[in-house]
Design a protein around this ligand. Structure first.
Ligand code: XMP
Length: 513
């Protein structure tokens, strides 16, 4: 989708590339991350209003350094190179870059040395965030230095005539307090974007595009009760009505009341919902299994089997809808690729049997998680679903440590319900990435009334995170901790002790298995 004026961001592998995209979209300007070597001709055909070259971990001196197509500077479009993007600009346009022997990393104060629309209205000195080794020492022809520091005399450069800019620092991070303004100047004053990209427009345009693509065919969509699949289902339903068929597999490993809520909510929407009650099948196959990877594999395979059986009943269906999000798409574009080791195998509807050949339809593949939530609100999906925290596909099975039995799942669901109820009372609930209970395979001694108890331990896990890749434990107020602990121990039969997990990721992961 590329409905309006938009910005192309060429990705050289910086950890901040996604953040640049976020900052641009926050201005209601559409943007996309593209491969670092996207040909100038492709860019010309897609007509962006401007191009941003991201930072990256490489040095332009490395033999295999990712370089952009030099012709992209001849398209007559504004270009902003950030950090590595600036060094590459200088190198490709005839300037000189000096290899750095040490990295300059952290806050710096730059002095403006020239006038340029990029900095209009900003003070003569700016706090910025630097992270670089190499630096530009000779400007390419046509450029002027517009800011510098003692150790980095060319910290920003501009060829105002050709609308080409370079910044040695990172305007996209919060540690560059006026950075958002610099990006705004680029997007609005230099690229002349209008800032008219809105969710209501996204709904209109994507439903039109879905109708055009699907025609009179039918679509099947796996509904998990999570945010992404719920939003995809409602969006597709709006576009296609009865041509959409949803399958919900109740694996018996969901949160308390979740299966009923999913059934009720989506039936109320008038969706063609097929529920497969497969609790016994899943629990039967998990009997006696304690190894986390084994659990995940069993659940993944069983899910596909049940889903496929339901899908076959629907007859001839051409498309399968998936809630792929933008970060999944970006990972495969980066010159560095995605993570190379499997820490935990995730399951989704990949690997369907060969008789079920679907074309994929991924209507939110250009959106970030919080944009999907905004889309959900725009579509009128209840807050209880739109604000739901991420929940792993294998569900409670990776939170009941050790063997998964119906009884232990029920204990965990009850403990987890108390966690949810108390956490929801916090004013900053929406800033918390996940909060949940884990049932440990450990029993401890307690005292209840006059009697000795010997029961389970529940752990509380509450984390802050931007994307689930790294996380820190949330400093939950003591009163909330106390209420959660009291309520679980007093109200949930089978738990006599509650502990709080204070591990960050890495080295710990968010889920315990
Ligand atoms: P970890 O435990 O790897 O989790 O730190 C990172 C994020 O991913 C979620 N998670 C999963 N999501 N299927 C999913 O859809 C899975 O198998 C799965 N395992 C973990 C986890 O809840 C956290 O948000």
């Amino acid at each position: 989708m590329q409905p309006h004026d938009w910005i192309a961001i060429l990705d050289y592998g910086s950890q901040y590339s996604q953040l640049i995209a976020r900052r641009i979209r926050e201005q209601h300007v559409y943007c996309e991350l593209l491969r670092f070597d996207t040909p100038a001709a492709t860019l010309a055909a897609r007509k962006p209003a401007g191009i941003i070259l991201s930072g990256g971990p490489s040095s332009v001196f490395e033999p295999n350094a990712p370089l952009g197509d030099p012709k992209l500077f001849d398209l007559g479009l504004p270009v902003l190179g950030i950090c590595y993007g600036m060094q590459m600009t200088a190198k490709l346009l005839g300037g000189h870059v000096k290899p750095g022997h040490s990295r300059e990393y952290g806050p710096a104060l730059i002095q403006r040395t020239g006038d340029a629309p990029l900095f209009s209205g900003l003070p003569g000195e700016l706090d910025v965030w630097m992270s670089h080794g190499d630096q530009v020492t000779t400007l390419p022809p046509g450029f002027a230095s517009i800011a510098g520091t003692l150790t980095c005399p060319i910290a920003a450069m501009a060829d105002v005539q050709r609308r080409l800019y370079g910044l040695q620092f990172h305007p996209e991070v919060v540690h560059t307090p006026r950075g958002a303004e610099i990006l705004r100047h680029f997007v609005f004053d230099i690229c002349r974007c209008k800032g008219d990209w809105q969710m209501s427009q996204f709904v209109r345009e994507s439903t039109d595009a879905i109708r055009r693509r699907v025609g009179t065919e039918h679509v099947v969509c796996g509904l998990s009760g999570g945010v992404d699949s719920s939003v995809v289902a409602v969006l597709l339903h709006r576009a296609l009505g009865k041509q959409l068929h949803c399958i919900f597999v109740d694996n018996g490993l969901l949160r308390h009341g979740e299966a009923e809520q999913v059934e009720k909510t989506f039936s109320d929407y008038g969706l063609d919902l097929h529920v497969s009650h497969a609790q016994d099948l899943f629990l039967g196959r998990l009997k006696g299994v304690t190894d986390p990877e084994q659990k995940r594999k069993i659940i993944g395979a069983t899910f596909i089997e049940v889903f496929a059986a339901e899908a076959r009943k629907l007859g001839d269906i051409k498309f399968l809808a998936q809630g792929t999000l933008y970060p999944d798409v970006i990972e495969s574009l980066s010159p560095l690729g995605g993570p190379s080791v499997t820490i935990k195998s995730h399951h989704n509807v990949g690997g369907l049997p060969p008789d079920l050949k679907f074309e994929l339809i991924e209507p939110v593949r250009e959106l970030f998680k919080d944009e999907v939530r905004e889309l959900g609100r725009e579509l009128g999906i209840p807050a209880a679903i739109v604000d739901r925290q991420p929940f792993p596909g294998p569900g409670m099975a990776v939170r009941v440590l050790g063997e998964v039995t119906a009884e232990r799942v029920a204990i965990l669901q009850q403990a987890d319900l108390r966690v949810q109820e108390e956490m929801l009372k916090l004013p900053n609930y929406r800033d918390i990435w996940q909060s949940f209970a884990v049932l440990l395979p450990v029993q401890t001694v307690g005292v209840m009334g006059d009697g000795r108890t010997y029961e389970n331990v529940a752990a509380l896990r509450v984390v802050e995170s931007r994307d689930g890749m790294t996380a820190d434990w949330h400093r939950v107020p003591y009163d909330t901790l106390a209420r959660i602990s009291n309520r679980i121990i007093n109200e949930v039969r089978g738990v006599n002790r509650v502990v709080f997990d204070i591990s960050s990721k890495p080295p710990a992961t968010i889920e315990w298995e």
